[in-house]
Write a protein that binds this ligand. Structure first.
Ligand SMILES: Nc1ncnc2c1ncn2[C@@H]1O[C@H](COP(=O)(O)OP(=O)(O)OP(=O)(O)O)[C@@H](O)[C@H]1O
Length: 215
């Protein structure tokens, strides 16, 4: 399996945020984007997830060899800054909604809602409305969303914001397990995630030229 981005450029408003970004990740590999605030990490992740249209370039995912390439967003889970859960619904109701909405892609199976909540250490509070949970607990449940439906690519924007150190470790373990199962991970972060088999791409923001803007 391959995630391939070629010569990507993206604009926000009037500004070109980056150009000529290419990357190639095979199953089991991870790429961490680093760089100062506003350097374009979230923009790149949103383009790869298919949530923002690129100015130039292509992003494709190929499953098995010989399979035709498809938009990478179709094969991705995206965990953004927001948790994408309804405060009034219980944790079970939220995760059940996402499990049904996403369904599993060919190649894997999501966990049951109870199992996913257990995997993030919160099996005992799934009856509570999501809005009652602490910020860190809410983030853990947002992460459980990745586990209830199978997608080979995980795109994570600051996944460990609002988390304590035990949750940091837990997330690192879940991400590593995803890689060991052949999954691909792309993450933007300001702090080390403690991942294995990781490449780093340092974003420097657009420097007013079309080439050589990556440090
Ligand atoms: N909707 C928008 N319209 C115009 N400009 C935007 C928009 N969203 C983001 N930007 C600008 O695009 C640039 C890149 O933002 P982006 O969120 O990708 O950076 P980032 O590296 O993820 O930052 P951070 O580390 O703060 O999360 C910033 O200068 C930001 O102000």
């Amino acid at each position: 399996m391959h995630l391939c981005a070629e010569n990507l450029a993206a604009r926000r408003g009037e500004d070109l945020i980056f150009s000529n970004v290419s990357l190639n990740l095979a199953g089991g590999e991870a790429l961490v984007l680093t760089g100062r605030n506003g350097s374009g990490k979230s923009t790149l992740l949103r383009v790869i997830a298919g949530l923002l249209r690129q100015e130039k370039g292509t992003v494709t995912f190929t499953g098995k060899d010989g399979e035709s390439a498809r938009p990478a967003g179709e094969a991705s889970h995206y965990l953004g800054h927001r948790n994408a859960m309804k405060s009034e619904l219980t944790v079970t109701e939220n995760l059940t909604f996402w499990k049904t909405f996403f369904g599993d892609m060919a190649g894997g199976f999501g966990l049951d809602v109870d199992e996913a909540a257990d995997a993030v250490g919160l099996a005992d509070i799934i009856h509570l409305p999501f809005g009652y949970l602490s910020a860190g607990q809410q983030r853990r449940i947002a992460f459980a969303k990745l586990l209830v439906a199978y997608r080979p690519i995980w795109i994570l924007d600051e996944p460990t914001a609002a988390l304590d150190s035990s949750a940091d470790q837990l997330f690192a373990q879940l991400i590593t397990a995803h890689q060991k199962n052949g999954g691909i991970v792309l993450a933007a972060t300001h702090q080390p995630l403690g991942l294995e088999n990781v490449q780093e791409m340092r974003m420097t923001g657009f420097a007013g030229v079309s080439e050589g803007v990556w440090g």
